[in-house]
Write a protein of this length. Structure first.
Length: 759
């Protein structure tokens, strides 16, 4: 019926034939034929017509010999001033406090007194009400109530289930409420969706509405399910509601049109927070599972260990394909196309279930739930659900509800059209039709009668014709801009640290990063710390050993399993890390030519990474040779005697991998020789296995021998006493009593020392 209002007359009758009308109620605001907001009296009805309604309600009750409390329900058409009978509801309605507020009576108490056989004229509340009405003092109070339900305004007011963490509401003289849940309660699929009722009153309708809004604003429900309280606050503020200009279909139409159901959080903020929340859950779970395995004594390859994950979010037929990078366990970098932003996820509360997302200076509380098929993120006003699988697959029919599966309305293999009901589900004492939404096809049932299901559960599949599939529209991929996204500025040092820890996006271009690393006001110790960090991680992972042995070796150095997992993950990015370290080594002396600590770090790189990071170890050795080669040695009171110089080339082996020059390879050969000092003070070289890579083509062993000997002569002239496989060792023989164990050498621009670690 178009333009109708739902009006009720509260009646009470005794067992002696007396019936009385206790004012009226307006219950027009409803969805799915269930009341949401109730008011008393029904101010939309003119007083003359209201008196007639009350008289007809009394006559109807008398006609059926009705006694106790009851409600005569009517449909009123304001345009024609007509009204129609719906039913006489023979019970106490949950909105009866609205009537009590305006009539100053206690309806449940009246029921008891009537059941005791008292006449209405003998009941004090009735006598007081009749006196108030006859004096014209009725109508001085307006009362309004709102039902609080666990329904999702962002998803067609569908009922939800879950747990209540906390519920807070402060009653006042102008508003009060009751609830069927408390802290720790659970709302299951067999319960009614109404969990509370908030009542307010005022001297007139506008004041009562204002008091109800204030009461709803003070209601705080922390639960895993959404409620419509914020939606009702907005509804009470609409001019159409305040002007009393709506009908019974208004709320259903708003829900169908999704009016007022848009998120109050900007889309750029919403997408960033949702991606970070889901990324945090996925990445942390992987690391925690791996840590659990290590604690149980199991060592497995880190094939799934990653601080990067893909997150696909679909909102209103738009798909957002994002990448989430973990920088720390609470900071996440979000990438959408060429745009990036950063979100921090902070835990609050004792159990840490409640979290705060900080994005671009804005803090938003949220809770994340996970089901088999969905991620559900609950904000203060909204609950969004994101499918884990491709939601564009029209052949999969999923449940939008939590509840019990009742029955299929079509048979196996029967052809169903778009919009046709194919099943029914019972949820929170309501029966919902489930319809085909995207494409027609032949139904293949999956669920069975009585199955308990949740949102996203697969109910059926459709066999869709190929021609129809080709015409189906899929969700549109987002290719716009997120206006609220900003890149968090990081220094070159910060970026380098993230790379070495295997965190963040790690794809910073080295051609841009390295110059900034040395020119953006760097400190020498910061660069050296990067090299030291690389050593401390990679020295444990010897590719010649098995992975198990490397992890066991790591476990002897570290006690905290979280740190062990972090090192294991960092090692999975050794190629990227080595590229960064190599570029740092190439540039270091150019920017810090007088560093006294650099040779010690080079020594560690060569010694400790000889087996684990051969390329970096060799590069460190080459730089050490360069340092020694360009030094002019001087020392006092020293003596070195060089006699027969013997060299055996017969054991040398050569290869042609074309990476370094001959002289560079000779330097490497010198490092690989096993050398010793004989009984006489002489330097003797014994060839071990040597591989020489050259870009000069083939060359004879004799040529290599002569080149090496020429090189050794230069080293002898520089008073090198011993060369061994470990490192170029430079030291002096001092007269007795010498306390100095460091050789001084000089360059044209600086006099410095090789540290004792090299001696």
């Amino acid at each position: 019926m178009e333009g109708a209002r739902h009006v009720e007359i509260q009646i009470v009758g005794d067992q002696h034939g007396e019936v009385l009308a206790l004012s009226s109620r307006d219950c027009t605001i409803q969805r799915r034929c269930q009341k949401v907001i109730e008011e008393a009296p029904a101010t939309i009805v003119p007083k003359k017509i209201l008196r007639k309604m009350e008289k007809d309600a009394i006559n109807f009750a008398r006609f059926v010999d009705y006694y106790s409390a009851g409600t005569v329900e009517l449909l009123f058409i304001p345009a024609t001033a007509e009204y129609y009978f719906l039913e006489l509801n023979p019970r106490l309605q949950v909105e009866h406090p609205c009537t009590e507020a305006v009539c100053d009576v206690n309806v449940p108490a009246l029921q008891f007194q009537i059941a005791m056989g008292l006449k209405l004229a003998q009941i004090p509340d009735i006598c007081r009400y009749k006196a108030m009405k006859s004096s014209g003092n009725d109508g001085k109070i307006h009362s309004i109530a709102a039902r609080v339900t666990c329904e999702d305004p962002a998803d067609r007011f569908l009922p939800s289930t879950g747990h209540v963490k906390s519920l807070k509401f402060g009653s006042t003289s102008k508003a009060w409420a009751y609830f069927s849940v408390c802290d720790g309660s659970t709302v299951h699929e067999f319960a009614d969706s109404q969990i509370g009722h908030v009542f307010a009153r005022g001297r007139d309708r506008p004041e009562a509405i204002a008091n109800l809004k204030h009461a709803l604003q003070n209601l705080k429900i922390d639960a895993t399910f959404p409620t419509q309280s914020h939606y009702l606050i907005d509804l009470l503020s609409l001019e159409k509601f305040k002007n009393n200009a709506y009908d019974t279909q208004w709320l259903d139409q708003r829900i169908a049109n999704r009016d007022g159901q848009k998120s109050t959080i900007p889309i750029d903020h919403l997408i960033a927070i949702s991606a970070a929340a889901i990324g945090n859950l996925k990445i942390r779970r992987i690391f925690e599972n791996y840590e659990t395995l290590l604690k149980s004594g199991k060592i497995v390859l880190p094939v799934e260990l990653s601080r990067t994950t893909d997150v696909d979010l679909q909102l209103e037929n738009v798909k957002y394909s994002l990448k989430v990078f973990e920088e720390t366990t609470s900071k996440y970098q979000i990438r959408l196309g060429a745009q990036q932003t950063t979100v921090e996820i902070l835990k609050i509360g004792k159990d840490g279930r409640q979290k705060i997302a900080v994005h671009q200076g804005k803090s938003t509380e949220f809770q994340l739930e996970e089901t088999e098929d969905f991620y559900a993120i609950k904000f203060a006003e909204n609950k969004l659900k994101f499918a884990k699988t491709d939601s564009d697959d029209a052949s999969v029919l999923r449940s939008p509800y939590t509840g019990k599966f009742l029955e299929y309305k079509v048979s196996l293999g029967e052809f169903v059209q778009v919009g046709q009901t194919y099943a029914q589900i019972e949820s929170m004492k309501m029966v919902f039709d489930v319809v085909v939404k995207v494409a027609p096809g032949r139904l293949v049932p999956i669920s069975k009668e009585g199955d308990l299901i949740c949102p996203g559960s697969v109910l059926s599949r459709l066999e869709i014709d190929k021609e129809v599939k080709e015409q189906l529209k899929t969700s549109e991929k987002f290719d716009g801009r997120m206006d609220g996204w900003r890149v968090e500025e990081k220094s070159a040092i910060e970026k380098a640290k993230l790379i070495l820890e295997g965190r963040g996006c790690m794809d910073y271009p080295l051609d841009e990063l390295i110059p900034l690393l040395f020119t953006d006001h760097p400190q020498e110790h910061q660069i050296l710390q990067l090299l030291d960090h690389f050593i401390d991680t990679e020295r444990h992972f010897d590719p010649h050993d098995g992975f198990d042995e490397s992890v066991q070796r790591l476990q002897t150095f570290l006690t905290h399993s979280e740190q062990i997992v972090d090192r294991i993950h960092s090692n999975t990015h050794v190629k990227t890390k080595s590229a960064l370290i190599s570029r740092i080594l190439d540039q270091f002396l150019q920017y810090f030519p007088n560093s006294e600590e650099f040779p010690s770090i080079l020594h560690r790189l060569f010694i400790e990474l000889k087996q684990t990071s051969t390329r970096i170890s060799h590069q460190a050795a080459e730089i050490l040779f360069e340092i020694a080669e360009n030094c002019k040695f001087s020392k006092e009171k020293s003596r070195i005697t060089v006699k027969n110089l013997n060299f055996a080339a017969s054991a040398m082996q050569f290869s042609k991998k074309a990476k370094r020059t001959v002289i560079e390879e000779i330097d490497m050969a010198l490092l690989s020789f096993a050398c010793y000092s004989g009984a006489e003070p002489a330097v003797k070289f014994v060839a071990n296995r040597v591989e020489i890579e050259t870009i000069d083509g083939d060359f004879e062993v004799l040529e290599a021998r002569e080149a090496i000997l020429k090189r050794t002569e230069r080293l002898v002239e520089a008073e090198v006493k011993e060369i061994n496989r470990s490192i170029l060792r430079i030291f002096a023989e001092f007269f007795a009593g010498s306390e100095n164990n460091t050789i001084k050498f000089s360059r044209p621009w600086k006099t410095c020392s090789l540290p004792s670690a090299l001696l």
